[in-house]
Design a protein. Structure first.
Length: 564
């Protein structure tokens, strides 16, 4: 079943609310237990908040910050902001205060919606000439600094919320700006990607029409909604097609929530799916018949994966246990979807075929170019970067790839991340790093070695797990672990076994261990769980320089090792 095209997400919201069936709605956690709101009631809440914002003279084009953990209020706020023609600017709630303040200054918001009233102070630095003028909190208790969302919704006296929302939708110009999404990427300075109402609606419709509606009747939001992948692939697709949407606010409760919600469809990043697989293997459960569908809730039809490279081994782990794990490709600048493997059309080692209405071609050097109604308007207040990214209507993705005769796209790696060794060998690090991180001992990995004779790697290790493998009960710090002969042997085995099928020049010959898991990584890790390469290179510049002063690890020269 395909969805019909509409000018904006708000038109879909109104149409779906009027035609919604009983099971359509949102499941959300409140005080530790699952609650449900119907699709129609959800749309009415959106209308009430939109009405209040208009009464406060929030104008079309005004920027509105949204800084909160996942939850029902996040979703209501996002669509209410869009409904009045204002511009939703979601920021990651885990970002340090200094970054929140910097991004807030860049967009000069008229209003902010935050999860806690105490966050209001984090959005404006002391002495700011233009602090955020008004704040709504998702807390229940009113304060001098913020007004509770619940109070706004309870005071509303809209006689016909859906009719009001329909009028707002009809007043929207699909070509106008709907949201500014700051890219986390691998650079140090985030860029504000400007996406129109049409960009967002087109991307959601393309996903629904590509994958169909049957498998995704009960979606499970496992990623932050401030990350555009979850926002488009889960929230906006649900807005378009209806069904059920379960949104978790506490990732530590993931497995318990899966058992209760029993989703038919999950979108995630490779690290999420690798963690589930590692849990099964560590508990000697991976070979039990039917175990994977069971731990995913028992009704899973398919999973889709994006945000980072998916290894063939992880995809095969899921497929061989009856759960298709289908990789797609996209970037924030394309809202953020370009291609997708589906249950009816998929091919290993690819990221699928172009979504409906999307054109993909390769430049002469192999860079992937994309054209379609989901391509961004440009970067916020950065015409130079916009002109470099969009040329003659084509988005220059910055990724190298190949396209086979059936139209399936394969990603080689990021153009700006490519490492060129002194021997003239090109190395795309992302797929190698992803392979390494499938091992439960590793939290993150980053290859370095541009201009060097061989590669080296920064490895963020799970120190507790690593220590448990040593024949000692002593608590060792990271320096002691790094110099321990058994640890060096284990890490060498891990690297060599993980990369056994890679060319010798793609295998790091020097390692530096960093203690993990990271609880507060500041700007060194993105919300989707990948390393911010630029920030990492700056932060560990001296470490990397020292690695190359030291000799190659002799343990990494021979491949004749047994597995960890």
């Amino acid at each position: 079943m395909n969805c019909s095209a509409a000018p904006t997400l708000l038109h879909h919201l109104v149409d779906r609310a009027r035609a919604a069936v009983n099971e359509d709605g949102v499941h959300y956690k409140q005080a530790g237990s699952w609650q449900r709101i119907s699709y129609t009631h959800f749309a009415e809440q959106v209308a009430k908040l939109a009405c209040w914002m208009k009464s406060r003279a929030v104008q079309p084009g005004d920027r509105v910050l949204l800084v909160s953990e996942n939850g029902l209020p996040w979703m209501i706020a996002d669509l209410a902001i869009q409904a009045i023609g204002a511009v939703c600017v979601p920021l990651h709630v885990t970002s340090p205060a200094v970054q929140l303040q910097s991004l807030s200054r860049r967009v000069a918001p008229r209003l902010a919606l935050v999860s806690k009233a105490s966050m209001a102070a984090s959005l404006s630095a002391t002495g700011d000439s233009n602090p955020v003028p008004e704040v709504i909190t998702f807390d229940d208790a009113p304060t001098e600094a913020a007004l509770p969302l619940a109070e706004i919704l309870s005071r509303s006296d809209l006689a016909d919320p859906l009719e009001y929302l329909s009028k707002l939708a009809d007043e929207l110009d699909p070509a106008t700006l709907a949201t500014i999404v700051f890219t986390s990427g691998t650079s140090c300075e985030p860029r504000g990607v400007m996406l129109s109402h049409r960009n967002l609606c087109f991307a959601a419709e393309a996903l629904v029409n590509s994958f169909g509606t049957a498998a995704a009747r009960r979606r499970f939001v496992a990623l932050p909604l401030s990350h555009l992948l979850a926002r488009t692939a889960d929230f906006f697709c649900w807005t378009v097609m209806g069904g059920e949407l379960a949104i978790i606010s506490d990732p530590s409760q993931l497995m318990a929530d899966l058992a209760q919600i029993r989703p038919t469809y999950i979108t995630g990043v490779p690290r999420l799916f690798a963690r589930i697989a590692a849990g099964l293997e560590q508990n000697n459960l991976a070979k039990l018949p039917g175990i994977l569908p069971k731990v995913l809730g028992g009704e899973i039809r398919a999973c889709t994966c994006g945000g980072a490279p998916l290894s063939e081994e992880l995809a095969q782990f899921y497929a061989s246990r009856g759960v298709p794990l289908l990789e797609g490709y996209g970037l924030t600048e394309a809202a953020p979807v370009v291609s997708l493997n589906t249950t009816t059309s998929h091919k290993p080692k690819t990221v699928g075929q172009a979504l409906p209405g999307t054109e993909i071609r390769l430049a002469s050097d192999g860079e992937i170019l994309v054209r379609g109604d989901h391509v961004m308007q440009g970067y916020w207040n950065d015409p130079t970067a916009t002109a470099a990214a969009i040329q003659n209507g084509w988005l220059l993705t910055g990724d190298f790839g190949t396209i086979d005769n059936d139209g399936f796209l394969s990603i080689l790696g990021r153009k700006k991340e490519m490492l060129l060794t002194s021997g003239g060998r090109n190395v795309f690090p992302a797929t190698i790093e992803a392979r390494l991180c499938e091992h439960p001992l590793l939290c993150h990995a980053m290859l370095v070695g541009d201009g060097k004779s061989s590669l080296a790697a920064l490895l963020v290790v799970d120190t507790a797990q690593l220590s448990s493998l040593l024949p000692t009960s002593e608590s060792l710090d990271i320096d002691q672990l790094s110099s321990h002969p058994r640890v060096r042997e284990l890490m060498a085995i891990l690297v060599l076994e993980s990369l056994a099928d890679r060319s010798p020049h793609e295998v790091p010959r020097r390692l530096h261990l960093l203690p993990g898991p990271w609880r507060d990584p500041q700007d060194r890790i993105t919300p989707k769980g990948t390393l911010a390469r630029g920030a990492m290179l700056d932060h560990y510049a001296a470490v990397i320089e020292q690695m190359y002063r030291e000799p190659i690890w002799p343990e990494l020269v021979s491949r004749e090792r047994s597995a960890v």
